[in-house]
Design a protein. Structure first.
Length: 169
Protein backbone atom coordinates (compact mmCIF):
# COMPACT_ATOMS: atom_id res chain seq x y z
CA UNK A 1 0.00 0.00 0.00
CA UNK A 2 1.06 3.61 -0.54
CA UNK A 3 3.45 3.50 -3.47
CA UNK A 4 4.64 7.15 -3.56
CA UNK A 5 4.41 7.04 -7.37
CA UNK A 6 0.69 6.11 -7.19
CA UNK A 7 -0.17 8.60 -4.44
CA UNK A 8 -2.51 11.50 -5.17
CA UNK A 9 -2.88 14.51 -2.89
CA UNK A 10 -6.12 16.48 -3.12
CA UNK A 11 -8.35 18.65 -0.98
CA UNK A 12 -10.97 16.83 1.04
CA UNK A 13 -14.66 16.67 0.30
CA UNK A 14 -17.62 16.21 2.64
CA UNK A 15 -17.89 12.66 1.30
CA UNK A 16 -14.49 11.89 2.91
CA UNK A 17 -15.80 12.55 6.44
CA UNK A 18 -16.21 8.97 7.66
CA UNK A 19 -12.83 7.83 6.28
CA UNK A 20 -11.09 10.90 7.74
CA UNK A 21 -12.70 10.19 11.12
CA UNK A 22 -11.39 6.62 10.87
CA UNK A 23 -7.87 7.85 10.05
CA UNK A 24 -8.00 10.37 12.88
CA UNK A 25 -9.14 7.71 15.36
CA UNK A 26 -6.36 5.37 14.18
CA UNK A 27 -3.67 7.98 14.76
CA UNK A 28 -5.01 9.08 18.16
CA UNK A 29 -2.50 7.57 20.59
CA UNK A 30 -2.52 8.61 24.29
CA UNK A 31 1.28 8.82 24.36
CA UNK A 32 1.39 11.43 21.57
CA UNK A 33 -2.03 13.09 21.88
CA UNK A 34 -2.41 15.53 24.78
CA UNK A 35 -6.18 15.81 24.41
CA UNK A 36 -6.81 12.54 26.25
CA UNK A 37 -8.94 9.62 25.10
CA UNK A 38 -10.41 9.79 21.61
CA UNK A 39 -13.93 11.21 21.52
CA UNK A 40 -15.85 10.43 18.35
CA UNK A 41 -16.92 13.53 16.48
CA UNK A 42 -17.64 14.58 12.95
CA UNK A 43 -14.35 15.42 11.25
CA UNK A 44 -15.80 18.50 9.61
CA UNK A 45 -17.12 19.91 12.88
CA UNK A 46 -13.60 21.29 13.43
CA UNK A 47 -12.13 21.43 9.92
CA UNK A 48 -13.27 22.88 6.63
CA UNK A 49 -12.74 20.74 3.50
CA UNK A 50 -10.49 23.39 1.94
CA UNK A 51 -8.15 23.12 4.97
CA UNK A 52 -7.69 19.37 4.67
CA UNK A 53 -5.30 17.69 2.26
CA UNK A 54 -5.98 14.02 1.63
CA UNK A 55 -3.49 11.41 0.40
CA UNK A 56 -5.24 8.87 -1.80
CA UNK A 57 -3.94 5.49 -2.96
CA UNK A 58 -6.04 3.15 -5.10
CA UNK A 59 -9.01 5.50 -4.67
CA UNK A 60 -8.86 5.17 -0.85
CA UNK A 61 -7.84 8.04 1.48
CA UNK A 62 -4.84 6.81 3.48
CA UNK A 63 -3.73 10.05 5.11
CA UNK A 64 -4.67 13.63 5.81
CA UNK A 65 -3.11 16.90 6.88
CA UNK A 66 -4.95 19.98 8.16
CA UNK A 67 -3.35 23.30 7.19
CA UNK A 68 -5.01 26.59 8.00
CA UNK A 69 -4.36 30.20 8.85
CA UNK A 70 -2.77 30.21 12.31
CA UNK A 71 -4.77 33.14 13.64
CA UNK A 72 -7.36 35.70 12.58
CA UNK A 73 -5.08 38.52 13.77
CA UNK A 74 -3.96 40.71 10.88
CA UNK A 75 -0.42 40.75 12.31
CA UNK A 76 -0.24 36.95 11.84
CA UNK A 77 -1.90 36.76 8.44
CA UNK A 78 1.38 35.46 6.95
CA UNK A 79 1.42 32.34 9.20
CA UNK A 80 -0.19 28.99 8.37
CA UNK A 81 -0.37 26.19 10.89
CA UNK A 82 -0.48 22.43 10.54
CA UNK A 83 -3.24 21.38 12.92
CA UNK A 84 -3.39 17.65 12.31
CA UNK A 85 -1.67 14.85 10.44
CA UNK A 86 -2.72 11.22 10.29
CA UNK A 87 -1.72 8.25 8.15
CA UNK A 88 -3.28 4.78 8.06
CA UNK A 89 -1.17 2.27 9.99
CA UNK A 90 -0.55 0.12 6.90
CA UNK A 91 0.76 3.17 4.98
CA UNK A 92 3.15 4.57 7.57
CA UNK A 93 6.86 4.97 6.79
CA UNK A 94 6.14 4.89 3.06
CA UNK A 95 6.36 8.59 2.22
CA UNK A 96 2.71 9.52 2.74
CA UNK A 97 3.31 12.04 5.55
CA UNK A 98 6.21 13.55 3.62
CA UNK A 99 4.07 13.95 0.52
CA UNK A 100 1.38 15.63 2.61
CA UNK A 101 3.93 18.01 4.15
CA UNK A 102 5.25 18.96 0.72
CA UNK A 103 1.70 19.59 -0.48
CA UNK A 104 0.99 21.70 2.61
CA UNK A 105 4.03 23.85 1.86
CA UNK A 106 2.82 24.38 -1.73
CA UNK A 107 -0.69 25.24 -0.57
CA UNK A 108 0.63 27.63 2.09
CA UNK A 109 2.82 29.41 -0.48
CA UNK A 110 -0.02 29.58 -3.03
CA UNK A 111 -2.24 31.16 -0.38
CA UNK A 112 0.35 33.82 0.38
CA UNK A 113 1.69 32.46 3.66
CA UNK A 114 5.43 32.84 4.27
CA UNK A 115 5.65 30.83 7.46
CA UNK A 116 4.40 27.36 8.42
CA UNK A 117 4.23 26.25 12.06
CA UNK A 118 3.13 23.23 14.07
CA UNK A 119 3.26 21.79 17.58
CA UNK A 120 4.58 18.32 18.42
CA UNK A 121 5.18 16.52 21.69
CA UNK A 122 8.77 15.82 22.72
CA UNK A 123 7.92 12.12 23.16
CA UNK A 124 6.80 11.82 19.53
CA UNK A 125 10.26 10.96 18.23
CA UNK A 126 9.06 9.70 14.84
CA UNK A 127 7.19 12.96 14.15
CA UNK A 128 10.14 15.08 15.25
CA UNK A 129 12.40 13.19 12.83
CA UNK A 130 9.86 13.56 10.02
CA UNK A 131 9.54 17.30 10.51
CA UNK A 132 13.32 17.76 10.76
CA UNK A 133 13.75 15.92 7.43
CA UNK A 134 11.35 18.42 5.92
CA UNK A 135 13.21 21.46 7.17
CA UNK A 136 11.21 22.37 10.26
CA UNK A 137 13.27 23.86 13.08
CA UNK A 138 12.56 24.16 16.79
CA UNK A 139 11.58 27.70 17.70
CA UNK A 140 10.20 27.16 21.16
CA UNK A 141 9.72 24.62 23.91
CA UNK A 142 7.03 24.68 26.58
CA UNK A 143 8.74 22.49 29.16
CA UNK A 144 6.52 20.06 31.04
CA UNK A 145 3.42 21.41 29.32
CA UNK A 146 1.60 18.08 29.48
CA UNK A 147 1.36 15.12 31.85
CA UNK A 148 0.95 11.96 29.76
CA UNK A 149 1.13 8.18 30.39
CA UNK A 150 4.60 7.79 28.83
CA UNK A 151 6.60 6.83 31.91
CA UNK A 152 7.60 3.30 32.96
CA UNK A 153 4.54 1.06 33.03
CA UNK A 154 2.38 3.87 31.70
CA UNK A 155 3.12 6.18 34.62
CA UNK A 156 2.36 9.87 34.10
CA UNK A 157 5.37 11.91 33.03
CA UNK A 158 6.05 15.50 32.00
CA UNK A 159 6.17 16.04 28.25
CA UNK A 160 7.32 19.15 26.43
CA UNK A 161 5.27 20.87 23.73
CA UNK A 162 7.62 21.85 20.91
CA UNK A 163 6.91 24.63 18.41
CA UNK A 164 8.43 23.92 15.00
CA UNK A 165 8.43 26.27 12.03
CA UNK A 166 9.84 26.89 8.60
CA UNK A 167 9.71 29.54 5.94
CA UNK A 168 7.78 28.81 2.77
CA UNK A 169 8.18 30.55 -0.55
Amino acid sequence: MADPQALTIRFSAESDASRLEELQRGSWLPRVTPAGPYRPRSFFDHHRPEEVLVAVSDAVPIGYLVVRRASQMASRAHVASIEGLGVAAAARRRGVAGALLQAAERVAAERGFTRLTLHVLSCNVAALALYARHGFETEGVLRGEFQLPVGPGGAMASVDDILLAKRVA
